[in-house]
Design a protein around this ligand. Structure first.
Ligand SMILES: Cc1cc2nc3c(=O)[nH]c(=O)nc-3n(C[C@H](O)[C@H](O)[C@H](O)COP(=O)(O)OP(=O)(O)OC[C@H]3O[C@@H](n4cnc5c(N)ncnc54)[C@H](O)[C@@H]3O)c2cc1C
Length: 315
């Protein structure tokens, strides 16, 4: 009845969410007095690194790492069956969101997504979920013996362990996908928004795409990812992959700098869990100032060049 954790890869390396999921699984396994088995899918993976985050066993499925939810779901299900795991932990990323329900259905398991903390197990198995775009929490009782838990990225700290994981390549037949991926066009050379520690984000106050170099320059100095409000991506100033909020990506960086963004509730839904929020807006009544830790009232076109120059002194 081990805890099985699916770890995500990106460009041949483990993602930050993988380490969070393994750390979470180790604490859960310790609570239940069992072991953590991490599962990675792809070729040429060095799984031993996962021992540092608490995995005791690592199973590598050496097949194409192009993600298709149907094939990955069935492969994971076979591994769950083979290992006798009763709980599967998955990151609540784009990948996890399509994988977790499929797997739960195959396992006939209780499913909880958007999980933000370890369960309580004294009076049943109860997990805390973030709901209504992060505006409330729900405590959910998982009734089935088998459980799939999808944890929200950045909601659980990475923890280090001394242990060494035993790594084993699975000889299990890999599943044939019902779809194939012909090619993937990736944005290269940029910090991935969902993994960024610092995010610089722009709104309609930037007036147009021709001014975005100010956001990009500040992001470059701070080693940050860039993001934007929904209207900005709707107008085509920035790609939709940068749109954060209720209908966009949810992020939780250590520092979120919002420039020329009003702070509408739908925008805040995607960023309000950031550790520190700085708002720059020329309107002192802008709602963002109520959600921000620090505010600068003024014109972004005057403040950003000064902030970029000042930041250069510290990098
Ligand atoms: C169902 C639904 C879902 C939505 N989902 C999302 C979502 O996921 N994400 C999202 O962002 N929005 C979302 N929205 C839209 C949201 O309600 C707001 O309309 C949007 O966030 C506003 O974007 P903005 O702040 O960039 O623009 P505006 O509201 O136009 O605000 C621009 C801000 O810039 C400031 N400003 C102007 N000039 C300057 C300057 N020179 N220097 C400094 N500040 C300046 C202004 O004072 C103002 O506060 C959603 C709306 C609905 C109805």
């Amino acid at each position: 009845m081990s805890v099985l954790v699916f770890v995500e890869m990106g460009d041949g390396a483990f993602k930050k969410t993988a380490f969070e999921a393994v750390s979470y699984s180790r604490e859960l396994a310790d609570m239940l007095g069992t072991q953590v088995v991490a599962v990675a899918i792809g070729k040429g993976i060095d799984g031993s690194e996962l021992g540092k985050y608490g995995a005791q066993k690592v199973r590598i499925l050496p097949c194409s790492d192009s993600f298709t939810a149907d094939a990955h779901g069935r492969m994971l299900h076979n591994l769950v069956h083979e290992s006798g795991a009763s709980i599967v932990v998955i990151s609540n990323t784009y990948t996890g969101k399509s994988l977790a329900p499929r797997l739960a259905q195959l396992m006939d398991a209780s499913l909880a997504s958007n999980v933000v903390s370890l369960p309580t197990i004294s009076g049943g198995f109860v997990v805390k979920r973030s709901v209504f775009s992060g505006k409330a929490f729900a405590y959910v009782h998982l009734l089935k013996d088998k459980k799939v838990i999808a944890i929200t990225p950045n909601s659980f700290d990475i923890k280090y362990h001394d242990g060494i994981a035993t790594v084993e390549e699975s000889t299990m037949n890999t599943e044939i996908s019902k779809t194939t991926i012909d090619s993937v066009n990736k944005v290269s050379g940029k910090i991935v928004l969902t993994e960024a520690e610092v995010v610089v984000s722009g709104g309609r106050g930037l007036k147009g795409p021709e001014n975005w170099h100010l956001i990009e320059d500040l992001a470059a100095v701070l080693g940050a990812a860039t993001a934007c409000s929904k209207p900005v991506s709707d107008m085509g100033w920035r790609p939709h992959s940068e749109h954060v909020g209720q209908t966009g990506i949810t992020i939780k960086p250590n520092l979120y700098i919002a420039v020329g963004i009003s702070g509408a509730i739908q925008h805040l839904a995607g960023v309000s869990a950031s550790k520190v929020i700085v708002a720059i807006n020329k309107d002192p009544e802008a709602p963002f100032f109520r959600a921000a830790d620090y505010g600068i009232v003024g014109d972004a076109f005057e403040i950003l060049p000064q902030l970029i120059e000042a930041s250069k002194k510290y990098t």
